[in-house]
Design a protein around this ligand. Sequence first.
Ligand code: ADP
Length: 850
Amino acid sequence: MAGFMRYHIETERRAAVAQLRTRLTTLAEDRGRLVSDWLSTRRADAELLATSPSIRALLTAPEAGGEAQAQLVSQLDRTARAYGYSAIAVLDTAGRTLARDSSAAAPGPEAPEAAAAVRSGTFRVAIGGEGPERASLSIAVPVHASRRGAGTRPILGVVVFRMPAGTSLFPLVTSATAGTRTGETLLVRLGGGPTAYLSPFRYESAGWQATERSVQTVEALVRAAPPNGTAFGEVADYRMVSGFAAVRQLASTPWTLLVNMDQDEGLAEFYQAGRLAGLAAAFLILAFGALLIGLWRQHQRTLLLRAQIAQERAILTLKGYAEKILASIPSGLLLLTRDLRVLSGNRAILDLLGMTLDEVIGGSLDDLLRVDTLAQRAREVIRTGVPLHDMLFVAQLVSRRETRPVRITLTGIRLATDDAARLLMIVEDLAQEERLHEERRASEERFRDLVQGLDAIVWEAQADTLRFTFVSERAEAVLGYPVDRWLTDRAFWMGRVHPEDRDAVVARVRAAVLVGEDHAFEYRALAADGRAVWLRDMVHVVRDSVGRAVQLRGLTMDITERKQAADRLEELVAERTEELRRANTHLEQALTAAREAREAAEVASRAKSQFLANMSHELRTPMNAILGYTELILDNTYGEAPEKIRAVLGRVDRSGHHLLGLINDVLDLSKIEAGQLVLGLAAYSMADVVRGVAQAVEALVKEKTLELEVALPPELPAGRGDERRITQVLLNLVGNAIKFTEAGRISVRVGVADDTFCVSVTDTGPGIAPEDQQKIFEEFQQVDGSNTRAKGGTGLGLAIARRIVELHGGRLWVESAPGRGSTFSFTVPVRVERRTRVVGVAAERRRPQA
Ligand code: ADP
């Protein structure tokens, strides 16, 4: 263990030194750059002045004097003030001062750096004067003749700048380590004069010899440095204190920058390293005694390591850690002398005893803690040196006046061979442990209750094999297999997944485990009784530190009911959709049939009308011929016709006229239906129409001894319409009235209102029953077959009349009651501007009865 300890300490120290090397090297390099830059600026100041024409003039013709001399002095004064120099002088190559600024501090001809600059033909720096406080920094720059043609330019003289080093250069150097506790930055001159420290020391020197020796160690270090590089190593400083240093040469100067730090501070990291403490803690917990021995060995080892390391401090630090660790150990520790008196104890034991450290130290064990046979065993351990582990006792805590179960370990320790043996007693409070244990058990129980009470299966499985390591009892209710089967059968779960779902489930789980992602999926499983059960798994993937899936934790829910409900709903929806589809089809079929029927009806109707129109026309021509010849015979144009022939011809004439009327009516009607009846619109007088009709029927009226009354308003507006057709309508109405009325009167009345003529024909005839009032307007409809046949007529008159009225945009209707006579009325607009088609309307009206 001591060996390990040594090794550990060595490693730690090496690490600390490496860290220090980086820190000091960086410091030296940064500061070196800063100082070099600063010096370059000074050099630039001097070189600027050295190229000034007045200085060259002075050096070429020194005896000019007078005015030029005075001007030069004031130029030097100005430069000195502007750049903060204490003095500026111009010297010739022999070192004679030719010009200087007016201050008292101006350098004399003795300046060695001036001579060096002339010799080398380049810039030189030097620090002179007695001690760092009065040290002055000199910068010498040669003055060259101005360039004329090729070849080297001769040196005419030298410009020397001075400034106190104590207020310019030194603070720049020393401030580098101002923030450290022991660190120091120094300028050292190596070569170009006697080797020496140039900048002020931070501490008192241990005498010139120490300083001398210290400079030698620095010199050795510089020699080891790579060219233009920085060296790091151990040095002894001017106090003879050993430390670490980084050295760096400053370019174009004989100076070296030294950054130095005491070993103490440099290794403070190492002393304080928490890692050492961490290791010590581990040892202490394992065997406190062994650590103390280790510490002692370490103590000795440290002595050997380096005389310069402050050993006591290391020990103290480690002791401090040891105490801290002791304090933080949960077990009680007591360090006892041979006669069982307390040397020390940790926080845990004080808490257990309920006492303070002062009360405990020096006391006898028996005053603190009473355990049967403990003293006996302690002596045995001391005598034999064999530790006794984990003895269980019931201890009486004297100060607390209570007893507690404890576990005690006794072990003897000896720090050094000549040291008296000590006894380390480790006391663990089992009551405390018991309580913790109890708490853990309660918490586990709570968890179990929670898990078992859940409506879902809670489970844990290995990610690679999918083997269950835990399954809650709910599993039994869901699939009907005991939990044991889940845990012991290797492929239990996979075997229960429905064969149809297995491939999908395997793929899903594999993919999720591979990327380590939480997932959820639904599938069917087969229960013990063969039922298919719908399950939903929600899985959390537990991953290790590199992200590999190691464990699966999941919830499995039985969602069979939900699924079935969803299926039922789907079925229902499908059923309704089918019904709807069927209804739709029917509807479409019905619509098609209706459309076809209507089209067929229309085609048939048009064909019929066409046929009738053609037929009537074909019949009318021969009929007119027959009637014409009959009339001629009856008129005796071909000679006297015998009476018998006249009688027959009379019948032929009547029948012919009837047939012609019928044909005319049919022709009219079919023309109307075929949309071929065209109104001849023209101006007419309604009064003339009425009078004309009255005249036409005058003979018939007289024949039946009826009275015809015509009522015309005094002034009627001029009408526009088809006069012949309106006459036809009125003639038909008046004709019917005469035909069906046996006695009484027939009145024709005309009125006008709202640009409409209203004409009505009233008779005192038999009247028409309400149920017949619509029928009589339809083609070939007669109310009473026998009556009408007796009266003649075709049953087409009213149908045609109504259509003609409607073509004019008017209406025709009847008001009648049986035995009370009838009134047929019609309206037509006074001025008809365009024809109204009524074919469709007539056809529509007929359909309901078809
Ligand atoms: P018809 O050529 O048979 O007179 P109409 O269409 O003119 O044909 O008349 C249809 C039927 O209406 C007649 O057959 C008759 O039964 C009835 N009708 C028409 N006018 C009258 C009326 N003024 N009084 C009683 N019945 C009538």
